[in-house]
Write a new protein. Sequence first.
Length: 367
Amino acid sequence: MSDGAARSPHRETIDRIIADLVTALEERGSSLASGGALDPIFEQQARSILTESLVLTHPDDGTRVTSPVAVDYSSPADLDRVGRLRATQNADPAENLMAAEVIYFVALPVLVELYVDTTAPAADAVALTQRIANTLHHALWRRFPPGAIAYVEGLRVQLAQADQDSRKRISRALHDRVAHGIAAGLQRVELSSIAGDVGHLDDAVEILRTTLEDVQGMAFDIRQLVGAAFLDEAIKNYLDQSRSIPPAPEFTTAGTPVRLAPDVGEETFTIVLEAIRNVRKHARGATRMHVSTEWLDESVVVRVTDNGPGFDPTVRRGGSLGLVGMQERADAVGATLEIDSCSAGTRIRLDVPTVPAVAGAGAASRG
C-alpha cells in the first residue's frame, strides 16, 4: 500500500481540522497563520499530532504516523538541540504553546463528532470520547512542553556563558590595561627613589593618570548594552556620550535596520566598542574616525575606519588581547571580521548575519 493510500482514511478529517485551525489562529493574530495557510513547519507538526491521535484511536484502518515527533521527554539530546536552536533564534515558545491549546479545542469537537457514535450506549460513547481526548492531549503534550522546557534551558546556558564571557573580558581588561599601567607606574616611582630623578615621578604620574582614565573608561563601557534598542541606536548613543575623547567620531547608516537576536546584538556591539577603543588608544595622531552600518538583505556590515598611522595586524602588540577577543566574538555569532591597516589608516569590517541558520528542517518552529 502506498503512503498516499495509507493516509487516505483520515486525510479529509485532518484537512478539515487544519482549515479550522488556520481560521482560529488568524482570529487570534498568531504569527503561525497568515494568508489562509499555516507556517509550514508548524503545519507539519499539527498534521503529525492529528495523524497520531487518529491512528491510536482507530488502529484497524491501516494508517501510520508519517512525521516523527520533533522532541520528546525521553530524548535529552533532542531537548538540548531544539532548545539551543530556539534560544539562539529568540523563538519564544509562548506562541507554540498557545497554538497547542488551539489545536486541542479545534480538533477535539471534530474528532468526537466524526468518530463517536451517538446511538451507542452512553458509557461506550463517553469512553471513546475520553480516549480521543487523552490521545490528542498526549500527542500535544509530548511535543510542545518539552520544547518550551528545552528553550528555557537553552537560555539558562546562554546566560551562564554570557556571564563567563563577561568575567573573562573584565579579567583581560584588568590585566592588560590596569595591572600593566599600575606596574609601570610603580616601576617609575622605584627608579625615582633609587636615582633621585624627579623625571621618573613625572612619568609615573602620567602613567597612573592614564590608568585611571582606563578604569573610568572600563566602568563606562561595562554599562553599555544594546538591550531593546537597534544596533544603530546603541552605537550612536555610545559615540555621542564619549564624543569628548578624540578623534571626533562620525556615524552613518544605510539600509533598513532590523533587531538582532539578543546575543548577536550584544556581541556585535562589544566588537564595535573594542574597535572604537583601539582607535582612541592606539591610532596616535588620528583626526578622523568613521563608524558606519550597512543593512543588507541577510546581514549587517559594520565598518570602523581611521586616518591614524596604522599598524601590522599580524604583529601582536604588548598587552593587547583586544583583536583576539574581537575575533573570538565574531566567530561566536558566525560573523566575518576583516582588519586592513597601512600608513594611511586602519579599516575594520564586520559582516554579521541577520538571518539565523536553521539546523535541520522541522527542528523548530518560529513562534
